[in-house]
Design a protein around this ligand. Structure first.
Ligand code: URP
Ligand code: ZN
Ligand code: ZN
Ligand code: ZN
Length: 477
């Protein structure tokens, strides 16, 4: 067991900031000390194994990305980051915990899906990890198996109102799953898009010759997101259970969540960096010399990027300020252009859906601090505190306080980098953020007391990361 002292930095949490030093003993935070590390007349700097000078920098709890899909089989291929490459990239970007989605499909057992995800992750992760459960085939057996999830530390499950024939649940299935959520305390996470409607629109577009990635965004109309969000809220209301809507991108869906929250309903919303910064007009409609009008495939994800002219991006930032949206996760689901996104050349429906950003969430959200969209404290709340509370990790994660896991990031507000595929660490042949200029920089990352990123050096290892069983949600309206 070794001791580390982080001195001279500004400790930032959700409620304020202060000059303080952080003493780490083994894998946990031992104490928060006044600047200078004087305790009862003793200068602790001389008694520790390692001193890290954080002068001029922020000391924050490690990022928690509550929505990732490492190695997800999807669209006839697998998401290109393994747990090994994806968690290493996350570490580079200041994220010390991910919550990934184990998968069950129609005809499969929930227990087998979860076991398969444990097999994929065990011994490979650079940082700690936890799981949600995708239930893609709600039937009697799945409903019964869901009752065992809480004991496995899996306290949330995701249903899909989108993707008919793949993961889709109809209203009856959703209702029954929510009833199990009510019995067990599981949190229902919803992919809220009206899949059957989208599929008709998509087929009509393709039949009319509109096959490029741009039309993915056209087919997945905001009305399909608003309608599904409303329906999910009503089913949650009917069953008296909380609801967490994932990857919200339409301002109309935010309005549905806000109205339900104003009525006292426990509904929560997550957006993603792509919905804060990117758009239908700029990215999905992009062309390039290399890919022609297929360039937009880099940004094919669901829900889709939306029209900036309609004001969705500004609405997401506003909702993060008003707490109508509480969460920003990446929905990290990377696919290369070569051999993966390419599957959908000539038919946007066959482009594997997803964007890879697990490395950049902390930096991308910090740009909101730089531009004045959110405060420094709200930034810390969004990258770490709220994900911990929402998903039953708080106390152990999401806070720098005695007894918490020593997951600490030292963030340099003077740093400046340009994001790109040539320098990122994700297993992707392109970046959805190519050329994006970022102020601020992750300098040092400590995971359970071990320095895993130090300046430009990666010191982590596959297998350092452990499975973290989660408790029930600690977040209410
Ligand atoms: O495009 C996306 N979001 N891909 C990942 C699967 C999902 O729906 O979250
Ligand atoms: Zn989804
Ligand atoms: Zn997802
Ligand atoms: Zn730096």
């Amino acid at each position: 067991m070794s001791t580390t002292l982080v001195t001279g930095g500004t400790l930032v949490n959700a409620t304020g900031r202060s000059r303080a030093d952080v003493l780490i003993d083994g894998e946990q935070i031992a104490a928060i000390l006044p600047p200078g590390s004087q305790l009862l007349g003793t200068d602790l700097r001389h008694g520790v194994d390692r001193v890290i000078d954080a002068t001029g920098r922020y000391v924050i709890p490690g990022g928690i990305d509550a929505h990732t899909h490492m190695e997800l089989p999807f669209g006839g291929t697998n998401a290109s980051d393994t747990f090994e490459t994806g968690t290493r990239a996350a570490a580079w970007g200041g994220t010390t915990t991910i919550i990934d989605f184990a998968v069950q499909r129609t005809g499969e057992r929930v227990q087998d899906g979860l076991a398969a995800w444990h097999d994929k992750a065990a011994g490979r992760c650079a940082i700690d990890y936890a799981f949600h459960q995708i239930v893609g085939g709600v039937d009697d057996e799945a409903l019964s198996a869901m009752r065992g999830l809480v004991d496995e530390g899996v306290t949330s499950f995701k249903l899909f109102m989108a993707y008919p024939g793949v993961f889709h649940s109809d209203d009856a299935q959703i209702l029954r799953a929510m009833q199990v959520a009510g019995e067990t305390g599981l949190l229902t996470m919803m992919h809220a898009e009206n899949g059957p409607v989208i599929d008709v629109l998509a087929q009509q577009l393709v039949e009319a010759g509109s096959t490029s990635p741009y039309f993915h965004g056209v087919a997945r109309a905001w009305q399909a997101e608003e309608e599904a969000t409303h329906r999910a809220i009503m089913l949650a209301n009917l069953t008296g259970t909380p609801l967490y809507v994932v990857h919200v991108s339409a301002k109309q869906a935010v309005a549905q969540l806000a109205a339900a929250r104003d009525g006292g309903q426990n509904v929560f919303g997550e957006t993603c960096p792509q919905y804060l910064y990117l758009s239908l007009e700029e990215q999905l409609a992009a062309t390039s010399e290399e890919w022609g009008d297929f360039e937009g495939a880099k940004w094919v994800c669901s829900t889709p990027l939306r029209a900036r002219a309609e004001g969705h991006q500004d609405a997401m930032w506003q909702a993060l300020r008003t707490n109508d949206l509480q969460m920003v996760s990446t929905d990290h689901c990377p696919f290369c252009m070569k051999d993966q996104k390419e599957l959908g050349r000539g038919d946007f429906r066959a482009i594997p859906n997803g964007i890879g950003s697990v490395e950049h969430r902390v930096d991308l959200l910090y740009q909101g601090v730089v531009t004045g969209e959110i405060t420094l404290e709200r930034w810390v709340e969004l990258i770490s505190v709220t994900p911990a509370r929402m998903f039953g990790l708080y106390g152990r994660k999401g806070v720098i306080a005695p007894g918490a896991d020593a997951d600490v990031v030292i963030y340099d507000p003077q740093g400046h980098t340009t994001i790109g595929a040539a320098t990122h660490h994700m297993a992707m042949d392109h970046s959805a953020w190519e050329g994006f200029e970022v102020d601020g920089h992750v300098d040092t990352v400590i995971s359970r007391g071990t320095v895993i990123v130090d300046g430009g050096a990666y010191l982590g290892r596959a297998g350092h990361g452990r499975y973290v069983p989660r408790g029930l949600t600690q977040y209410l309206v």
